[in-house]
Write a protein that binds this ligand. Structure first.
Ligand SMILES: N[C@@H](CCC[C@H](N)C(=O)O)C(=O)O
Length: 263
């Protein structure tokens, strides 16, 4: 069966987009199809899949899958790419409300190729530990709808190769965790690497960058309304935690190709 796809990325966190407006093209979207599409040698290649399907209210739902086929609640880079796809290929007006497993996210245009997404309120859930390359690090547990462990390091090389999943406490994260390693660059400016649950090391993670910003702002005692610059291997994100307890993330969204696949 041949079906339409698009390919896009946000700060080089890349996705295969699968249009499926009435849910009849991909059904439950088998994990094997996600893995085949995301395969960088035998497939199209991607850190995940964004299936675009309308929900019972007619609102677009972002059905997000990691490259190993697992389901996640949210994808911050993905929702900007998703909104751009909906605007430019499905005629949706901006701002647009996108339904996700972590609730409705509103995406607005913020400039040339830039989009801002209201990521909602973070949940700061205490302290935990992660282990990488035999070293154990203190980490902060932050939920952006999906789970994160944020750890501050002096040098991002401390994260090692990240070819293997960092160790974490399964009692804290029964469904796994995304782990961010963060180095301070300057005032309200950090850089990070991430090991994503279900995808391995990626060049960016939007929810991860938001979790990092929240952890940094708390550590700095920064007033609400402060904007942080978060550098990721694939680019830069600007993130504000507002007076109203909303996390607003601004970054690029790019569509690079469109075609048909029978994977
Ligand atoms: N890259 C995404 C996050 C994707 C989901 C994550 N791997 C999970 O399993 O929670 C982002 O930009 O937020």
């Amino acid at each position: 069966m041949s079906y339409r796809f698009l390919k896009g990325h946000g700060t080089e966190n890349d996705f295969v987009i699968l249009p499926d407006p009435d849910g009849t093209v991909h059904g439950d979207l088998p994990a094997e199809r996600v893995r085949a599409l995301c395969d960088r040698r035998a497939g199209i290649g991607g850190d995940g899949v964004l299936r675009a399907v309308r929900d019972e209210d007619g609102r677009w739902f972002m059905d997000y899958r990691n490259s190993d086929g697992s389901v996640s609640e949210m994808c911050g880079n993905g929702v900007r790419v998703f909104a751009r796809y909906l605007h430019e290929h499905e005629g949706a007006d901006l701002p647009i409300e996108v339904a996700t497993r972590a609730g409705i996210k509103t995406v607005t245009r913020a400039g040339d190729g830039l989009f801002t997404v209201d990521m909602g309120s973070p949940e700061v859930l205490g302290d935990t530990k992660v282990t990488v390359d035999g070293a154990t690090h203190e980490a902060r547990h932050v939920s952006m709808g999906n789970p994160h462990a944020v750890t501050f390091v002096d040098d991002l090389a401390e994260a090692g190769t990240l070819l293997e999943e960092p160790g974490y406490d399964p009692a804290v994260y029964p469904a796994g965790v995304n782990v961010e390693f963060v180095r301070r660059v300057g005032e309200h400016h950090v850089e990070m690497r991430v090991h994503e649950r279900g995808s391995g090391e990626t060049r960016s993670c939007g929810t991860g960058a938001c979790a990092v910003m929240v952890a940094a702002a708390l550590a700095d005692d920064a007033p609400r309304g402060t904007t942080y610059t978060v550098d990721v291997p694939g680019g830069t994100l600007r993130i504000e935690w507002t007076e109203g307890d909303r996390v607003l993330m601004t970054g690029p969204a790019v569509i690079v190709a469109e075609g048909r696949s029978d994977l």
